[in-house]
Design a protein around this ligand. Structure first.
Ligand code: PGA
Length: 251
């Protein structure tokens, strides 16, 4: 009953020409794919051109971050409504690389999530523990803090515009995926937490994606888990054939 989401996070890769050519290569490979929400997240400068290239297709567009104010003297920032203007339907918020390198906190994530929802975007909110936190048995505590903080003041109604992505930091870009069972355990924990915060119907409806070294050869096992509703894909989303193989995991 939950439509899976497969999202490609292109991070800081690809010029406008490379990004448009990737989406053009991807289109025919996924045009027959039904029942999967397909999202790609290019860099800001490529968004509007990728939006043009993907218009009329089943590929949706995400930005990789946004600011929380609508406009003003905020040099260098991009507002959710401008992302919408560029053709985005989604925005990734709180990716671990932003938390690690750019001082993103649960408070800033929460402000951005609220602003994104207000602008009519779907927020893909990322959470995940580091290796040190996992080894210190703090995984659930860390995830709980991030989910509670990131989703503070979000209502059951606005949660419809939220997708949660569980991305263990130790699995991102390392080729080291969480096992199906390790991922499922955290996904089930997050769903339970959402039920506590916003009620069972919200928990049943919210999509929880797994991210961290998702590849064509491990996506099937992950997607077979009861609480895994999709994937946030970095490295393997940079090539049309590997991303399409992930999108088409079911076929
Ligand atoms: P990866 O990245 O698939 O390259 O591990 C995932 C992500 O950072 O979203």
């Amino acid at each position: 009953m939950r439509t899976p989401v497969i999202a490609g996070n292109w991070k800081l890769f690809k010029t406008i020409a490379e990004a448009t050519s990737l989406v053009n290569d991807l289109k025919p490979l996924v045009s027959g794919t039904a029942g999967v929400e397909i999202v790609v997240a290019p860099v800001f400068t490529a968004l509007s051109r990728v939006a043009e290239a993907s218009a009329g297709s089943n590929i949706r567009l995400a930005a990789q971050d946004c600011f929380w104010e609508e406009e003003g003297a905020f040099t260098g920032e991009v507002a959710p409504k401008l992302l919408k203007d560029a053709g985005c339907s989604h925005v990734i918020i709180g990716h671990s690389e932003r938390r690690q390198y750019f001082g993103e906190t649960d408070e800033s994530v929460n402000k951005k999530v609220k602003a994104a929802i207000g602008a009519g975007l779907t927020a893909i909110v990322c959470v995940g523990e580091t290796l040190a936190e996992r080894e210190a048995d703090k995984t659930f505590a860390v995830i709980e803090t991030q989910v509670r903080g990131g989703l503070a003041d979000i209502t059951a109604e606005s949660l419809k515009q939220v997708v949660i992505a569980y991305e263990p930091v130790w699995a991102i870009g390392t080729g080291k995926t969480a096992s199906d069972a390790q991922a499922q355990e955290v996904h089930a924990f997050i769903r339970c937490l959402v039920a506590k915060l916003l009620g069972q119907p919200s928990a049943d409806a919210v999509r929880i994606l797994y991210g961290g070294s998702v590849k064509p050869d491990n996506v099937k096992g992950l997607m077979a888990q009861a609480d895994i509703d999709g994937a946030l894909v970095g490295g393997a989303s940079l090539k049309a054939d590997s991303f399409a193989a992930i999108v088409n995991y079911a076929g």
